[in-house]
Design a protein around this ligand. Structure first.
Ligand SMILES: Nc1ncnc2c1ncn2[C@@H]1O[C@H](COP(=O)(O)OP(=O)(O)OP(=O)(O)O)[C@@H](O)[C@H]1O
Ligand SMILES: O=C(O)C1=C[C@@H](O)[C@@H](O)[C@H](O)C1
Ligand SMILES: [Mg+2]
Length: 187
């Protein structure tokens, strides 16, 4: 049993919003982890990264889970990690890029009260370039084949849109500007 420890736990008075948790969704490279961590620090909230939770709980890397057990098992672990993370309050939660494709995850998001889902959007080419430039990007299992990744992107767009109440187009924004744009929509 792994306990749920936020990556950044803070005690000072957190910013009060009309929501208890902000969930970031979007494709690989959207900035869910990078923006999420900064947004949480900015609000004085905690931050949880579902991909990191899965790795901590499994005691291994996502790459290894895909290689050893396959994507279906990864998705089961992902749903369990999302369910655990949605119990947290005053928390920014970064989902994995494929989470909204699963009906279980969409229902979890929809049915958890006081949960605001923000879709970080950008064109596939921008996201792909960001991932390639990022250190360690080569290990993202679902980014190995660019054509297949582009198809996944297309397939997922309607799910990202439907499961979110806010959408930020980040193509021309820095990480700091993306955080400011989220704050402007939610505060
Ligand atoms: N405007 C921007 N917004 C977000 N990230 C940006 C931006 N510009 C550049 N980046 C870079 O893009 C990368 C985004 O990666 P990040 O790991 O945060 O994405 P992610 O959405 O969490 O992806 P994954 O689904 O694979 O976990 C980082 O290296 C970040 O520095
Ligand atoms: O888009 C995807 O399918 C994935 C995105 C990452 O966040 C990880 O959840 C994993 O690499 C799968
Ligand atoms: Mg991430």
């Amino acid at each position: 049993m792994t306990t749920l420890v936020a990556e950044s736990a803070v005690t000072p008075a957190p910013t009060t919003l009309l929501t208890e948790r902000i969930v970031l969704t979007g494709f690989m490279g959207a900035g869910k982890s990078t923006v999420g961590r900064l947004l949480a620090a900015n609000l004085g909230w905690n931050f949880l990264d579902v991909d990191s939770l899965i790795e901590r709980h499994s005691g291994t890397t996502i790459e290894e889970i895909f290689a050893t057990h396959g994507e279906a098992e990864f998705r089961r672990r992902e749903s369990a990690a999302i369910a655990r993370s949605l119990g947290a309050r005053n928390t920014v939660i970064a989902l994995g890029g494929g989470a909204p494709e699963e009906i279980t995850n969409r229902l979890l998001l929809e049915q958890t009260p006081n949960t605001t889902v923000v879709f970080l959007d950008a064109p596939f080419a921008v996201l792909f370039d960001r991932c390639v430039l990022q250190e360690g990007a080569a290990v993202r299992p679902n980014l190995q084949d660019p054509d297949a990744a582009a198809k996944r992107f297309q397939r997922r767009i309607p799910h990202y849109i439907r499961c979110s109440s806010h959408r930020i187009v980040t193509e021309n924004l820095s990480i700091e500007q993306t955080v400011a744009a989220i704050r402007a929509q939610l505060l």
